[in-house]
Design a protein around this ligand. Structure first.
Ligand code: CP
Length: 304
């Protein structure tokens, strides 16, 4: 694998299982007293984030450091992007300094594919517009496997703002490649205009879906991406699609609650529900470091 732009680049079920096997070994590394291996010594990884991030950016940085890679931080807000430098000139300038991997987050769908065309370095898509977020899908799948033993056959409900969600697109690709039974639950206005080719069921009735699912995956209401009034109000959204304390009673006791973060507590998830033991949001973040170690190792490690 030269680049990780889409979940499809990983190579279906076999490729994802290989990521999981590597992740298992990097979880073990992460639990050591000195959680560091020399696997990527001499390699350089740079972050190119045109959108804000806490989890993805920091966990890639932690992953690269645990593999002994050198890292270069690039902050769009204090860079020559502010003077109008283009994306192409920016990435070619950074590459000229000698980098092996560029981790890109950009508001425009497809931007990481353009970057991959312009440079020789490996490129990782850390989220492009509404399109894809492949490492989030890998860490989500890994978290389900850790808790339930397998993703195959697991009944997963993805709930909320599907229309604007790159996480939902990548999760559907990964979960279905691994054999999960995926249901999207949202008001019609928060679904994409067409779901042709999506291997999913659709429901508008969260109360009917919750008793049947083994994982309920809540999406953040992406208010920054909404340019039109797609819901009457956040209060009505919560009444119809929020995982409230009342709805918790509809779930089996073993059902996992997941969220990619950042959470809007009190909107898509009640504050007290987010803090229950069955909520594995913090595990998702923890697993994200080891999954991203596996991804960087797959992209850069074989050349050692
Ligand atoms: N889940 C996720 O991508 O979070 P960040 O925006 O904080 O990276």
């Amino acid at each position: 694998m030269k680049h990780l732009l889409s979940v499809d680049d990983v190579g279906g079920r076999d490729g994802i299982e290989e990521v999981f096997r590597l992740t298992d070994s990097f979880v073990e590394v992460s639990e050591r007293q000195i959680p560091r291996v020399p696997a990527l010594r001499g390699k350089t990884v740079v972050w190119l984030f045109y959108e804000d991030s806490t989890r993805t950016r920091l966990s890639f940085e932690q992953a690269a450091k645990r593999l002994s890679a050198d890292t270069m931080n690039f902050s769009v807000g204090t860079s020559s992007v502010k003077k109008g430098e283009s994306l192409r000139d920016t990435v070619q300038t950074i590459e000229a300094m000698g980098v092996d991997c560029i981790v890109v987050r950009h508001g425009s769908a497809g931007a990481p594919w353009r970057v991959a065309d312009w440079v020789d370095a490996s490129v990782v898509n850390a989220g492009d517009g509404w399109h894809e977020h492949p490492t989030q899908a890998l860490l989500d799948s890994y978290t389900i496997r850790r808790h339930l033993g397998t993703v195959d056959g697991t009944r997963i409900a993805i709930v909320g703002d599907i229309k604007h969600s790159r996480v939902a697109r990548s999760d559907v690709l990964a979960f279905s490649a691994l054999g999960a039974d995926v249901t999207l639950v949202a008001p019609p206005t928060l679904l994409p205009p067409s779901l042709d080719g999506w291997p999913v069921s659709v429901s508008y009735d969260l109360d009917a879906v919750l008793p049947k699912c083994e994982v309920v995956y809540l999406l953040r209401m992406q208010r920054e991406r909404m340019t039109e009034a797609l819901i009457p109000s956040l209060r009505e959204y919560t009444a119809g699609y929020g995982l409230t304390r009342r709805r918790l009673g509809l779930l089996d006791e073993s059902t996992l609650v997941m969220h990619p973060g950042p959470m809007n507590r009190g909107v898509e998830i009640a504050a007290e529900v987010a803090d229950l033991p069955r909520s594995v949001v913090i595990d998702q973040v923890r697993n994200g470091v080891a999954v991203r170690m596996a991804v960087l190792f797959l992209l850069l490690g074989s050349g050692l």
